[in-house]
Structure formats: structure tokens, C-alpha cells
Design a protein around this ligand. Sequence first.
Ligand SMILES: C[S@@+](CC[C@H](N)C(=O)[O-])C[C@H]1O[C@@H](n2cnc3c(N)ncnc32)[C@H](O)[C@@H]1O
Length: 261
Amino acid sequence: MKKTKIWSEIENIQVINGDFLGVNISENSIDLIVTSPPYNVGIQYNSHDDTMSYDEYLKWSENWLRKALQLMKPDGRMCLNIPLDKNKGGQQSVYADITTIAKKIGWKYHSTIIWNEGNISRRTAWGSWLSASAPYVIAPVETIVILYKETWKKNKKGESDITKNEFLEWTNGLWTFSGESKKKIGHPAPFPLELPRRCIKLFSYVGDTILDPFLGSGTTAIAAYKLRRRSIGVDIDEKYFNLAIERISKECKILKGLLWK
Ligand SMILES: C[S@@+](CC[C@H](N)C(=O)[O-])C[C@H]1O[C@@H](n2cnc3c(N)ncnc32)[C@H](O)[C@@H]1O
């Protein structure tokens, strides 16, 4: 197995290059996971194979969800960004299947946020055009499943930094904001900063420890830094590990002293 590399040059941020299933992170240490795992839709990642059979993908999902659960504090939570359906290469109910697996292995279910990316231009497959023969229905949304380990209410008091308007808007579980440009970021599947920003402000206290087991280009770590939380991010791929370091270094330098309130 490849050796893991750790980058920790910026205070309160740790980036690990390694397979999440094999990395060494203390058990019972994480307050909140915000993550988007590979969707198994044939994306060309550098290291990860995104073309497993559906059964293999569910088994792999079970394995990482099991490991993630061990790392959580008893009141730890997870915001899991996954697709609603799989439309390419056979229709599958990805959201329903992964949520069922998470519950089976011990995660508790809280609720689901529907993220309306508003991306209808992606639409190319219609099945049978203007015919009832075999039309395709595709929802231009993704889900953010909210899960927790043992207790939903946090065990300790802490500092919340969410405003009244944000709280009113974000506790309505239909979120509308655009996706992120792959080209601009230089990663095949980044999520926009707005996604971890909302999850972190709504579900964690200032100073909490946020984990992203599939860090990609470093988005979760940047949002966590701006919001004065600690963060740990893991990516199996060296190229994305280096990209995350580059992005984090740049953003954190600019933002020193200008942290989000
Ligand atoms: C959907 S992307 C995450 C993108 C990220 N949210 C961002 O904003 O850039 C999934 C990432 O998981 C990584 N990955 C795949 N398998 C992994 C594993 N076993 N351990 C750690 N990272 C893995 C891939 O290299 C890829 O960068």
C-alpha cells in the first residue's frame, strides 16, 4: 500500500494523501463530516475507479461509511452529498440505497436537503422523445443526507455563528445555488464553496473539527478555515492532494483577517 503523506502547514488544517479506508484518524474525534464521495458515474478521476458494478459500489460505500462512523464523536453529524438517482448505465436509486446502508451499519437518520443545482442544460437523454414508449425522467437535483452517530442534540454548548436570515433560509430543506466549474477549479467533480459553508454554519460550532474523507480540490477545508473551524481532509490522489494544498494556501493567505462572520 502507498505511504500516506500529511500536510499541516496552516494552523488547524490537515490534508492527508491516502486511501480514507487506511488512514489513521483518531476515533471519536470528529464533530461534522461534510463530503461528496465519488458517484460511480464514470468520472475520470486520476486514481479512483468510478466504474465499479453497482453492487461493488454499494459495498465500497458501506466500508467507508463504517470507518467514518468510528471517527465521529457521539454527537457527531454527517452532511453526505450524493445523487438522487443514477441515470447512466442503468437506473438506480442511489440516495435510497446508500441511506439504507448507512442506517443498517449504525448511522441515525435526521433529514435530507434537496440541492437544486438548476442545471438543466446537462440534459441530453430523453429516452423516447415525445412518446410514452420509454421516456426518461431526470431530476436536476442532488441530495445532502443529514445523519448522526448517537444523539442529535449536541452534548456541549458552543458558539454558533449563523445569522437569523441564514437560519430561516437554510432550515428550509430546498437549497438553490449553482454547481462549481470543473475547468475553473481543475478537478472533475468539485462542489461549490456554498455547500460546505451552509452545512458548517448550520450544523457545527466555531472551533469544531470538520472532516472531508474525499477532499478533492480542498473546498471543505477552505470553508472550514474561513468559518474558524478545524479541518481534516483526505484524498487518495496525489494530484488532487497537491491541488487542494495550492487552493487552500492561496485562499487562506488572502482571507487571513477577513474570515466569514
Ligand atoms: C466528488 S470528488 C470530491 C470533490 C470535492 N468535494 C471538491 O469540492 O473538490 C471525490 C474525491 O474522492 C477521491 N477519492 C476516491 N476514492 C478515495 C478514497 N478511497 N480515499 C480518499 N479519497 C478518495 C477522489 O480522488 C476525488 O477527488
